[in-house]
Design a protein around this ligand. Sequence first.
Ligand code: DP6
Length: 422
Amino acid sequence: AEKGSESEWVVMATGRSPTNIAVIKYWGKRDEDLILPINDSISLTLDPLHLSATTTAAVSPTFSRDRMWLNGKEIPLSGERYQKCLREIRKRANEVSDEKKRIKIKKEDWDRLHVHISSYNNFPTAAGLASSAAGFACLVFTLAKLMNVKEDLGQISSIARQGSGSACRSLFGGFVKWTMGNNADGSDSLAIQLADEEHWTDLVVIIAVVSSKQKETSSTSGMRETVQTSALIKHRAETVVPARVLKMEEAIANRDFASFAKLACADSNQFHAVCLDTSPPIFYMNDTSHRIINLVEKWNHSEGTPQVAYTFDAGPNAVLISPNRKTAALLMQRLLYQFPPNQESDLTSFVVGDKSILQDAGVTSMKDIENLEPPPEIKDKVPHQRFTGDVSYFICTRVGSGPKVLTDETLALLDPVTGLPK
Ligand code: DP6
């Protein structure tokens, strides 16, 4: 690298990547090192406005080692998954030149240049929402921009996959499939977009962040134990999922909500069933999760056709998907009836994201929540209880777009002169 008279320069790139929620779950690896799954999976990308990671990556000849900060705190980059992502992206780096700043980084320079990375999530990491998916997708996407990597998003997704499996699905917006692939080197285990975020815009996503003090088994060790001990996982991966993936692709293509909901709920329940079939059994859902499932099932049953789909990952939080705003408002009324906030909460922090759903539900104050009537499907079935404080808060969101470069320099997380966190 060279620059006119000065030798001190910093080149940066900033990117933002969404989270995703699987409706056909990834659970189980056939190769632990390369992170190759035992089945395909399908996800919805969630609106980055509400749930995303932002990452700035910088390079400078003054940096003496690779460093990373997560939500402002320095974290070690020594982990094998970080190392793999860095190595794979560096391999594909190309020449970068900035005529104006008179900077030229040659292809071969990347091997000895070090990077600084700063990443932050716009949602609480502690909430147990898939932060690793957005995080690794963003890390790989942003480094690829910084290093002028020319590979397409599919190839980039297969690098993100080696950070965290589910991260590969966050390289695209809309509806995404992770194809398990056949190659031993994992080169064909990557994400493809089934439909973009404009395909099915009516869907409304409501996430119930469920209060829990319990430390959950990590996905990585949980799925390892399932593969080692569950007899059901084999049947799931070989027979159930392949058929479901085809049906789910069809449901998405046709915007067939009834079919979409049935498949998503069944697949979430089967994922938790294989967790229970693991020895020792793994419990990700808690009583609140089960109550949410009951609420949805009762309502769906009473209407005779699915009003809402639910899906749960490796934790107690519920992700609820409704076909339109009208149903989402009715769902919100039911959720707020059964899971009202604690006295200390206020409405603005209890329902976050797209708050307009609250207006549709006719709820504009805490008093409105108190005064909600029980929904008809449980009205005559006494006793019906209200579980105050069992849901910490709700996030209202929608299907959203894939990773983007942020060109506005004020959004960068590293100082353009020092290359250290702002
Ligand atoms: C339940 O991608 O977190 O969310 O590949 O070991 O990092 P690793 O696991 P991870 O597993 C996600 C599992 C899941 C289902 C899904 O997202 O498909």
